[in-house]
Design a protein around this ligand. Structure first.
Ligand code: ADP
Ligand code: MG
Length: 380
């Protein structure tokens, strides 16, 4: 059953409209967003889809087809940040942020469903926030732009849900376009749509969901963030984005702490890898981005230290089996990796990864192609 029909069954009326917002994978540029650097995500064909109607009585009703349980009923005047630990905090957070910003949201009925795998590092949470933000923007005629909606969604996750994420996921979901990767400057949110048509080149980008999420990741994000801020402080810049790659060695020599030095080296070199990938894509040398992806993985593994045995196994196995390059993607400690392959090698490389996981006693991974897809949009 589609969300339009589901909405009718739950609320007894037709929704005013239906919207979709995608999950994403990041091609290159990891842990660079909160350093005001560069990232390059692409939207997946997997989307959160929401059927939504306005209300005038202050009531906010939320229902997910993917979650067991009754309709969650809240009141827009009584939303309290950091109190709700359920899924409903994501859409409720968007309403709270909009109202805090002075937008007159007087209630809504929401019924949603998502094909973005949760907890796989593919940003099911951003898809949820962005789809609700876009629906309310359209219904309440707020006139907000894609980047503005992304900021609102990020604030909902940071301040209402309590997850300290950067801006990449929400920007990808709000602003990506079909057939492109999104080159995003996380300082001013300026974007450039980079044509990323792998199929015409005989290439495929695979997503490998490792099916694990290590608890270690919980405090690690905040710790890396703190370490990066410490590095910026010691180097006398506002953010690590301001350390030029050409001056990296000199900058590293000025840092006393081995841990901070590793984090700075990762961030500055990954910003540089985004540049490299852009240059190669602009020059039509798509295959040449493979080794850059693998260098990014080594940096995440050895300098930032956010990989895990399962993700390392994907990358090592894929590369040994003839992939052009591979890296973990997203927050780390589990989640997904991406693998660039000749399309004709897809089956053999997928099989090699599956066999390696079986031999290691790991849960079978989920493998699918990352087809660059459209960002958030109204469906009907
Ligand atoms: P990721 O964003 O990497 O998928 P997160 O932990 O950030 O992982 O977000 C996952 C959370 O988002 C879920 O635990 C749930 O609360 C919420 N969520 C995602 N998809 C849905 C859905 N279809 N229905 C309800 N809640 C969802
Ligand atoms: Mg998330």
């Amino acid at each position: 059953m589609g969300v339009r029909e589901g909405f009718g069954e739950i609320y007894g009326t037709a929704p005013e409209g239906v919207w979709a917002a995608p999950g994403r994978v990041n091609l290159i540029g990891e842990y660079t967003d909160f350093n005001e650097g560069f990232v390059m995500p692409l939207a997946l064909p997997h989307t959160a889809v929401a059927a939504v109607s306005r209300r005038t009585d202050g009531v906010l009703r939320l229902h997910s087809a993917d979650i067991e349980g009754p309709v969650v009923e809240l009141h827009v005047d009584e939303l309290q940040p950091l109190t709700d630990t359920s899924w409903a905090a994501y859409p409720a957070g968007v309403v709270w942020v909009l109202r805090e910003a002075g937008h007159p949201i007087t209630g809504a009925d929401v019924h949603l469903s998502s094909t973005v795998p949760t907890g796989a590092g593919l940003s099911s949470s951003a898809a949820l926030e962005v789809v609700v933000a876009l629906a309310l923007n359209d219904l309440y005629e707020l006139g907000l732009t894609g980047p503005e909606l992304a900021r609102i969604a990020q604030r909902a996750e940071n301040d209402f849900v309590g997850v300290p994420c950067g801006i990449m996921d929400q920007m990808a979901s709000a602003c990506a376009t079909d057939g492109h990767a999104l080159h995003l400057d996380c300082r001013d949110l300026s974007i450039r749509q980079i044509p990323f048509d792998l199929a015409s080149q005989g290439l495929t980008l695979l997503v490998v969901d490792s099916r694990v999420k290590h608890a270690l990741g919980d405090g690690a994000y905040a710790e890396r963030r703190e370490g990066c801020e410490e590095g910026a402080r010691q180097l006398g810049v506002s953010h690590l984005r301001d350390v030029a790659y050409e001056e990296l060695d000199a900058a590293l020599a000025r840092l006393s702490d081995e841990r901070v030095r590793r984090y700075v080296r990762h961030v500055v070199s990954d910003d540089h890898r985004v540049d490299q990938v852009i240059r190669l894509l602009d020059a039509g040398e798509v295959r040449a981005i493979g080794p850059v992806l693998t260098e990014g993985h080594v940096s995440l593994r050895d300098d930032l230290r956010i990989s895990c045995p399962e993700l390392d196994l994907v990358v090592d196995t894929a590369n040994a089996a003839g992939a052009l390059g591979a890296r973990m993607t997203g927050g780390g400690f589990g989640g997904s990796a991406i693998v660039l392959v000749e399309a004709s090698d897809t089956d053999t490389i997928t099989k090699a990864i599956e066999e390696a996981f079986a031999a290691a006693g790991y849960t079978a991974p989920r493998v699918f192609p990352a087809v660059p897809s459209a960002g958030a949009r109204r469906l009907s």
